[in-house]
Design a protein around this ligand. Structure first.
Ligand code: COA
Length: 379
């Protein structure tokens, strides 16, 4: 089978960060205001008020490992009377915000791969939420970047990047493209309910980019030193409503439901934790054995970055011992859950120390449910 490599990665990190304390302050101010309103309303109707509980930074860090997150807009999120990013609509002839993030990450990946945009045969934008249905964000990225070939959007929630890498590998192996840019512009703050105590701390924004190309082409560039051979990819999906978002064009057909919490991110976090961890560990183990590899062949797991305890459990199950930070690097403490970008941020930031022959697994998991793994080896 034709050899395919990852020859470059890029990362765009928004310039503004929000700490747990800042987020909790804003949330708790909103809770106090809302509770005052509920007390008055209950007194007027002679009933008992149902009061909301405050959030806490200590809980957030203990339950998730998250300490801060980068976002495209801090002011709108931290304003207790708004609690959502404030981003102005842009005219159609200006790049959309997702396109702008994608261009930044793509430039980093192209520069690492020592490639020019016109050498690309395709662009895949793979992420959890698209700011519009069409024209595809990928076609816009292709246009502003000056890439050739074709472009399309795809969405497999948090697993979008590994599914995108497999789609790119398949296109290269079948001969429909030689080089593909796969990019993950995640504006998770746009679909996070900042008034939901159970999940208001979960997400952050970021964009990652990956160049996937035929091994022979990458090897021919003497100045390209950073390639990873894709030894195999494996995808799995199984339907679940435990992570769901009902936002969509059908909402206007039942106006009563518009703006309700289910039109944003909703999850049963505990159930997700229980269902997904064993599945992911089994998935990685089976994938390795299908490639005649064992966990002792691995130097690193670049796992999806949703929850530290989840990653420790998955890594422990796969490796058979307590994972070190070198074996399962953590970026969610700084970035929170950036959906599809998470495992690629971990790969981008923690793969420079690999020597020829070192192997690792990029693995994402999330809504669907969906799990994707990509086993790579430094060339
Ligand atoms: N501040 C303070 N306390 C909070 C809180 C907050 N923001 N949110 C919940 N709590 C309380 C709950 O009320 C509960 O209190 P109780 O024990 O008195 O009833 C307690 O903390 C535990 O709540 P729970 O929701 O069971 O916490 P958890 O340990 O399951 O952690 C998540 C919550 C979301 C961090 C965790 O379930 C998770 O990360 N799951 C996986 C999610 C995931 O990967 N999703 C994929 C997204 S793409």
């Amino acid at each position: 089978m034709k050899e395919v490599v990852i020859s470059g990665t890029g990362l765009y990190t928004p310039p503004n960060a929000i700490s747990n304390d800042q987020l909790v302050d804003s949330f708790n101010t909103w809770v106090q205001l809302e509770n005052q309103r509920r007390v008055i309303e209950a007194a007027e109707s002679n009933s008992e008020p149902v009061l909301l509980q405050e959030s806490s930074s200590a809980f957030i860090e203990k339950a998730s490992g998250i300490r801060s997150r980068y976002v495209v807009d801090t002011d709108g999120i931290l304003d207790p009377l708004n609690m959502c990013p404030r981003l102005s609509e842009r005219p159609d002839d200006k790049p959309s915000i997702q396109c702008e993030m994608a261009l930044q990450a793509a430039k980093g990946a192209l520069s690492q791969a020592k490639l020019e945009p016109e050498q690309l045969d395709g662009v895949i934008v793979a992420c959890s939420n698209f700011q519009r249905p069409y024209p595809a964000i990928a076609v816009e990225v292709q246009h502003y970047l000056g890439a050739g070939g074709f472009a399309y959007d795809m969405n497999v929630a948090c697993s979008s990047a590994t599914f995108g890498i497999q789609a790119a590998c398949d296109a290269i192996r079948s001969g429909s493209a030689r080089r593909i840019l796969m990019v993950n512009p995640e504006i998770c703050s746009g679909h996070l309910n900042f008034r939901d105590r159970d999940s208001h701390f979960i997400f952050g924004d970021a964009c990652t980019a990956v160049i996937i190309e035929a091994g022979k082409l990458a090897a021919a560039r003497v100045n390209n030193k950073n390639s990873f051979r894709v030894l195999g990819s494996k995808l799995w999906t199984g339907f679940s409503n435990n992570i769901r978002n009902n936002f969509g064009f059908m909402n206007r057909t039942e106006p009563d439901g518009e703006g309700k919490p289910d039109k944003l991110f909703v999850q049963n976090g505990r159930k997700v934790f229980k269902d997904v961890c064993p599945k992911v560990a089994e998935h990685i183990t089976e994938h390795l054995s299908s490639l005649d590899l064992s966990t002792s062949d691995l130097k690193r797991l670049w796992l999806h970055q949703a929850n530290l305890n989840m990653n420790l459990l998955v890594a422990r199950k796969v490796l058979g011992h307590e994972p070190s930070l070198a074996e399962a690097p953590v970026i969610l403490d700084e970035y929170a859950n950036t959906s599809s970008a998470g495992s690629i941020i971990a790969f981008h930031k923690h793969s420079m120390d690999f020597n020829t022959g070192d192997k690792g697994v990029i693995c994402s998991f999330g809504a669907g449910y969906s799990v994707g793994s990509v086993v790579v080896e430094k060339t």
